[in-house]
Design a protein around this ligand. Structure first.
Ligand SMILES: CCCCCCCCCCCCC[C@H](O)CC(=O)SCCNC(=O)CCNC(=O)[C@H](O)C(C)(C)COP(=O)(O)OP(=O)(O)OC[C@H]1O[C@@H](n2cnc3c(N)ncnc32)[C@H](O)[C@@H]1OP(=O)(O)O
Ligand SMILES: NC(=O)c1ccc[n+]([C@@H]2O[C@H](COP(=O)([O-])OP(=O)(O)OC[C@H]3O[C@@H](n4cnc5c(N)ncnc54)[C@H](O)[C@@H]3O)[C@@H](O)[C@H]2O)c1
Length: 272
């Protein structure tokens, strides 16, 4: 959002977390400069539009739009939205990047449910082309249109969907990924070969295990548990995923998940 010209207040709970965020932004900007999508001067302008904060009250003063992207946990999100409601101007729009939780329930923690909306981005957000906009029970049409406009300014296509658990995209991807996990647990093929089969045979850009490590296994497990509550066993996470999360192996962000990223790159994935 800093690329099309918005002034951004990036807020996280601690300096260390904030620095991780800035490091991710830096990596993306240097890829864009290398690919000549941005000049070095434009990248510098993007950097200058992003200010870091660890104090939410200061960060939120005078903002027009908040995009919350804290961990996928309803109680945490409700607490954050309660604070967003207290600290922002009454006309500010409050969006959540939740992958599958009820936007309506999150909005119930505020006094402005008509200005609460789902703004679901995809990883990596600078590259993926869609923003899935989720209309909660009380979300106003004006709010939806504002999010469509902002998304389009960021070069994204949009779809507006109803507020059902998992919306369109998380339900669709979960079905695929969970079936691949069952194939792995049945011993039909290795994670490397399932990834290779899906990539080369089905022409997906990433296999299911590479993608799970990329998204984060904790986020995957939270999302699948949320969908079990709504739809029952068809979204139940297999034990392999649960054990990896219990062991703290959360994918790329911890260095280990289905693959071990601390090893030499060529041994990490079957990707050619
Ligand atoms: C098995 C576990 C079961 C668990 C079940 C539980 C189910 C629960 C499911 C819930 C899911 C929630 C998910 C979430 O809410 C929503 C999501 O985010 S879903 C994930 C969506 N993302 C994808 O599917 C990504 C798929 N991968 C890709 O599209 C590509 O691989 C890639 C990441 C774009 C990389 O492309 P490649 O061609 O492979 O590699 P390159 O390095 O050549 O990159 C191409 C191009 O993109 C630029 N680029 C890549 N990354 C970045 C970045 N971070 N920033 C900026 N630019 C980037 C790169 O520079 C290249 O640019 P070019 O040179 O071509 O100009
Ligand atoms: N990982 C993905 O690919 C992806 C894609 C689309 C949507 N999402 C959604 O985005 C959200 C975040 O997912 P993630 O995988 O990035 O999680 P993550 O755990 O990797 O990152 C969460 C971030 O939120 C910060 N945080 C924790 N508590 C906070 C608080 N009280 N206030 C402000 N910041 C806080 C953490 O320090 C961390 O930087 C979830 O709702 C997830 O479903 C994730």
């Amino acid at each position: 959002l800093a690329t099309p010209g918005y002034e951004i207040h990036l807020c996280d709970v601690a300096e260390e977390a904030l620095n991780k965020g800035f490091a991710g932004i830096e990596k993306s900007l240097s890829r864009f400069v290398k690919a000549k999508h941005l000049t070095e001067k434009e990248a510098e302008e993007v950097r200058s539009r992003i200010t870091g904060f660890t104090d939410m009250e200061t960060a939120l003063r005078e903002v027009d739009l908040v995009v919350e992207a804290a961990p996928e946990n309803m109680e945490l999100k409700k607490q954050i939205f309660h604070d967003l409601d207290r600290f922002t101007r009454p006309d500010a729009i409050l969006a959540t990047n939740t992958s599958e939780l009820s936007v309506t329930a999150i909005a119930s923690a505020t006094t402005r449910p008509e200005r609460v909306v789902g703004m679901h981005w995809f990883n990596p957000p600078p590259v993926m082309r869609l923003v899935e906009i989720v209309r909660g029970t009380d979300t106003s049409q004006e709010t939806i249109e504002m999010i469509m406009q902002v998304s389009e300014q960021a070069g994204k296509e949009t779809v507006v969907v109803k507020d059902v658990q998992g919306f369109v995209t998380s339900r669709a991807i979960s079905a695929h990924m969970l079936e691949c996990m069952r194939i792995l647990e049945e011993g039909v093929a290795s994670a490397e070969d399932i990834d290779k089969a899906v990539r080369l045979g089905l022409n997906y850009p990433m296999g299911p295990f590479e993608l799970a490590d990329y998204v984060g296994l904790d986020t995957m497990l939270f999302a699948s548990d949320g969908m079990v509550e709504a739809y029952g066993d068809r979204f139940r996470a297999p034990q392999t995923l649960r054990k990896l999360v219990e062991a703290g192996h959360l994918g790329r962000k911890t260095g280990k998940g289905f693959y071990d990223y601390t090893k030499k790159p060529e041994t990490v994935s079957a990707k050619k």
